[in-house]
Design a protein around this ligand. Structure first.
Ligand code: PLP
Length: 392
C-alpha cells in the first residue's frame, strides 16, 4: 500500500535545519494585541494590519449589512452568475481611488499576480523583475510564456543594459512598491524613466504600501507623484485594507482582456460579496482619515530609531516593516521564541522566504500600537538578545 513515509525524511531535515514551520492559532479579532488560543495575550508585531482596519467597527458593519442583503457565498464564478453589486461597487471605488480607467476584483493578491503576469506578457516578450519580488510575482512570471530576467534594485544599470538590447517584442517591468521582507522601497521614479525611454510597460504591486503611503493612501506611486505613469497597479486588499482579495487597476482594454482571458479570474468562485463591501468601506476610511497613516509612520520612525540605537541591524528599512537581521535561522527562532514567552508575537523569517544566511525577525508596526507596547517590545528584545548570545 502506498504511504506518505517519503515526506517524513524531508520534514525531519527541516526540523534539523530550524526551518520547520507551523501555524499558531489566534482566538480573538486582529489588533495591536491578540489572544492566542493556547498561550494567552500577546502584543502582535507580525500582522500586516498596518492601519487597524481589520477590526474597525465601520468595516465590520459594512460587511454585515452586505451579508444581510446579498447573503454569504457568491455561489458562482464572476462570469457565470457570481458578479454582485458589492463587487462592481468595489471595482468602481478602487478604479477611482487608484486613478485608473477600470479595475477588477480577484480573490487574492496571489491570484491577481497570476492573472496579470501569466496573461499579458506573451511569447516573444520579456519580463524584468526585481530579484526580491514576492513569490506570487515570481511564480506567475514563471507560468507565463514570456522570457524573464531579474535585476537588483540597487543595480538599475543592469536593467538599462537589458532594455537597450531591445531583442523582444514587448518588455514588462514588475516591482513591489515596499519590499515585504526588507521594508525598503522600490525606486519607482527611476523605473518610470526607464519604461518611458525604452517603451516598456510598468506593473507595480502595492501590497505593502496601499493605504499607508501617498496623499490619499493610494500607495508609493502616488507618494512619488508617478501613479499616472504606471500602466497596471496590483493592489492586494488583505494588508492595510484589512479585507482580502486584490484589485488590478489599469486601462479598460486591459481589464476587459483579463476578464476574457485570465484563467485565474475565470475559473474561480467570486469572493463573498460581504468581503467586497467591507473592502470598499475600508478604502473610504483610508481616503478620509490620513491621521492613521501619520500615526503609523510616527510609530515606525520611533521604533527604527530605538532599534538602531540598541545596536540592532535593521537593514535598509525606512518604513513600518522593520527587519532585525540575525543571519542564522537558529538564532532568529530562539529570539522569536523568547519574545513570545515575554508576551510579544514576532515571526522569525527564514529561508526559503529569504535568502540562505539572512534569517531575521520581521516587525510590522500598526497605527494602534501604543508607546508602552513599542517600549515593551524593545525591552523584551534587549533581554532576549542577551539570552540568545550563546546561540550562533
Ligand atoms: C502578500 C502579497 C501578495 C499576495 O497577496 P494575497 O492577497 O495575500 O494573496 C502579493 N504581492 C505582494 C507583494 C505581497 O506582499
Amino acid at each position: 500500500m502506498a504511504d506518505f513515509e517519503y515526506l517524513a525524511d524531508e520534514m525531519e531535515q527541516l526540523r534539523h535545519a530550524h526551518l520547520f514551520r507551523r501555524c499558531r492559532c489566534i482566538d480573538s479579532s486582529q489588533g495591536p494585541a491578540v489572544r492566542m488560543a493556547q498561550d494567552g495575550e500577546k502584543v502582535l508585531f507580525c500582522s500586516n494590519n498596518y492601519l487597524n482596519l481589520a477590526e474597525d467597527p465601520r468595516v465590520i458593519e459594512a460587511a454585515c449589512r452586505a451579508m444581510r442583503t446579498y447573503g454569504f457565498g457568491s455561489a458562482a464564478a464572476r462570469l457565470i452568475s457570481g458578479t454582485m453589486r458589492p463587487h462592481s461597487d468595489l471595482e468602481n471605488t478602487a478604479a477611482c481611488f487608484l486613478g485608473k480607467q477600470a479595475a477588477l476584483y480577484l480573490p487574492s493578491g496571489w491570484t491577481a499576480n497570476q492573472a496579470v503576469l501569466s496573461t499579458l506578457p506573451q511569447k516573444g516578450d520579456l519580463v524584468l523583475m526585481d530579484r526580491y519580488d514576492h513569490a506570487s510575482i515570481i511564480d506567475a512570471v514563471r507560468a507565463s510564456r514570456a522570457d524573464f530576467r531579474t535585476y537588483r534594485r540597487d543595480g538599475v544599470d543592469r536593467l538599462e543594459r537589458i532594455l537597450r538590447q531591445g531583442a523582444y517584442k514587448r518588455v514588462f517591468i514588475v516591482t513591489e512598491s515596499v519590499f515585504s521582507m526588507d521594508g525598503d522601497c522600490a525606486d519607482v521614479r527611476a523605473l518610470v524613466e526607464l519604461k518611458q525611454r525604452y517603451g516598456a510597460f510598468l506593473i507595480v504591486d502595492e501590497a505593502h504600501s496601499l493605504g499607508c503611503m501617498g496623499k490619499t493612501g493610494a500607495g508609493l506611486c502616488q507618494e512619488q507623484g508617478i501613479l499616472d505613469q504606471v500602466d497596471i497597479v496590483v493592489a492586494p486588499l488583505g494588508k492595510a485594507v484589512g479585507a482580502a482579495g486584490a484589485i488590478v487597476a489599469g486601462p479598460q482594454g486591459v481589464i476587459d482582456y483579463l476578464i476574457n482571458k485570465a484563467r485565474p479570474f475565470i475559473y474561480t468562485t467570486a469572493p463573498p460579496p460581504a468581503l467586497a463591501a467591507g473592502a470598499a468601506e475600508a478604502i473610504k476610511i483610508i481616503q478620509t482619515e490620513p491621521e492613521r497613516r501619520e500615526k503609523l509612520h510616527q510609530n515606525a520612525a520611533w521604533l527604527r530609531e530605538k532599534l538602531t540605537a540598541m545596536g540592532l541591524d535593521i537593514g535598509q528599512s525606512n518604513t513600518y516593516i522593520i527587519p532585525i537581521m540575525l543571519g542564522s535561522s537558529e538564532k532568529a527562532l530562539a529570539i522569536s521564541d523568547a519574545l513570545y514567552r515575554a508576551g510579544y508575537y514576532v515571526a522569525a523569517i527564514r529561508p526559503p522566504t529569504v535568502s540562505p544566511g539572512t534569517a531575521r525577525l520581521r516587525l510590522s508596526v500598526q497605527s494602534a500600537h501604543a508607546s508602552y507596547q513599542l517600549e515593551g517590545l524593545c525591552q523584551a528584545l534587549a533581554e532576549a538578545k542577551g539570552l540568545s548570545s550563546e546561540v550562533r
